[in-house]
Design a protein around this ligand. Structure first.
Ligand SMILES: [Zn+2]
Length: 441
């Protein structure tokens, strides 16, 4: 009999923060698309005797990310050396954080399949440095150290994800948070933001975590990540059902074949021999600064922005969420302000933007205001048409008209309602009221 399984998934997100200089030296951080090895110095090339120093701007951005994810910022924090040998890492170690991360213990709410909300725990958000970039050409490998030492924040969740909708929502929320905070463009194609997933499955009802996990690495789009995780869940369940034992391994995604493939198997428990970085002092965190960053982080949170839009414009929660995700919310606010008292409701404007009835990406708000006003004048009723509609309404509603004449004020509202209905909402209610009053004097 086939057993039921639940996926157990944790995510690691790396994001390069956009600072003026690199993490531990004065080289420019703006390396993308630049000629190889032009943004380097003895520190980020790992030359002997070169001493690193900490980039305050990067540390502040890391704290902002942590605070936006409801983490606590540590009182003090320390960098450590993560030792491993690979050509993209000239020093032979990466400066990272292990035992004393800057931000710990956060959480975020995600929406999964069928709109179900759940909480994902954030284990940590720590600061580290990026490595150089290897390019393999015709049997040779070229190294570009421009990226070496660029500030990188790693955000690690607990294994709380159970479906791929949650993963998609989480990754999108993170990207939105990075952009709103102004800490990164989070452009996945440029490698600003990179996703890794740890996936295993366990029988329904089992509380303990599985004794293996598969790491999915180097996936450069949300879509590929979702496809790869779905494939992996299915592959693992089928393997377990056919009696196989699953092992710790690293897999990649082959988009052409639409399947994951083995990269490294039987990975040993990581032996990076972490030890405190002797060339950098420990960080003592200023609590007033944390408070200030906390406020900035909160104001930039998508939920805060949603609440503000709903409250200010009386639009629906869904419309606000969609516009913020699209990035059309600044356009919406500007357009509503320019439309002023034209009688076009904010909700209608929002719906038009969302349903692409308004080309917010290519037009200016001034253009759209002109368009909408022209449309409104075309569809407005002439005074003859309005009068005719009112005559018909009065004839059809003799009793209501008589009630109004007898002094029942709310009968007027009923008549106006009937006029609005008859004209499909094109009549001006105020004007209609005046004409009705005049006619029933
Ligand atoms: Zn440098």
């Amino acid at each position: 009999m086939s057993q039921q399984y639940n996926p157990v998934i944790g995510l690691e997100v790396h994001v390069e923060t956009n600072t003026k200089t690199k993490m531990f030296c004065a080289c420019s951080d703006d390396y993308f698309g630049k000629e190889p090895n032009t943004h380097t110095c003895p520190v980020c090339l790992g030359l002997p005797g070169a001493l690193p120093f900490t980039n305050e701007e990067a540390i502040e951005k890391c704290m902002k990310i942590g605070l936006a994810l409801n983490c606590k910022v540590a009182e003090s924090s320390l960098f450590e050396r993560k030792n491993y040998f690979y050509p993209d890492l000239a020093k032979g170690y990466q400066i990272s954080q292990y035992r004393w991360p800057l931000c710990v213990g956060g959480s975020i709410e995600v929406t999964g399949k069928n709109g179900k909300k759940s909480t994902i725990r954030i284990n940590r958000a720590h600061q580290e440095e990026d490595t150089g970039k290897l390019t393999h050409v015709e049997g040779r490998t070229l190294i570009d150290f421009n990226r070496s030492g660029v500030p990188l924040v790693e955000i690690v969740t607990e294994p709380d994800f159970t479906d791929t909708e949650q993963i998609r929502d989480y990754a999108k929320q993170l990207r939105e948070i990075f952009r709103n905070l102004g800490v990164s463009n989070a452009d996945m194609e440029k490698g600003d933001m990179r996703l890794e997933a740890n996936i295993s499955v366990r029988p329904v009802g089992q509380k303990e975590l599985p004794n293996y996990r598969v790491e999915l690495k180097n996936i450069n789009s949300f879509r590929f990540m979702v496809a790869a995780v779905e494939f992996e869940i299915k592959r693992q369940i089928e393997a377990l059902e056919s009696g196989e034992t699953l092992h710790q391994e690293t897999r990649g995604w082959n988009e052409a074949k639409h399947e994951t493939y083995l990269q490294r198997s039987k990975e040993e428990a990581n032996d990076y021999r972490y030890f405190p970085e002797p060339d950098l002092p420990s960080l003592a965190v200023d609590r007033d600064l944390v408070k200030k960053l906390q406020e900035e982080a909160r104001a930039a949170l998508p939920q805060t922005k949603v609440d503000n839009l709903v409250k200010t414009y009386g639009i629906s929660q869904e419309s606000a969420v969609t516009m913020i995700r699209q990035g059309s919310d600044p356009f919406f606010e500007e357009l509503v302000a320019k439309l002023g008292q034209t009688g076009i409701s904010s909700q209608i404007v929002a719906s038009m933007i969302i349903n692409k009835k308004i080309d917010w990406q290519d037009l200016s708000t001034d253009d759209v205001v002109k368009q909408l006003k022209a449309q409104a004048s075309q569809t407005a009723l002439s005074s003859d048409q309005l009068e005719k509609a009112i005559d018909e309404v009065i004839a059809d509603n003799e009793k209501t008209a008589a009630d109004y004449k007898a002094g029942k004020e709310n009968a007027l509202q009923a008549l106006i309602g009937a006029v609005m209905k008859k004209t499909s909402g094109r009549a001006d209610a105020k004007q209609a009221a005046e004409i009705i009053k005049e006619k029933l004097k």
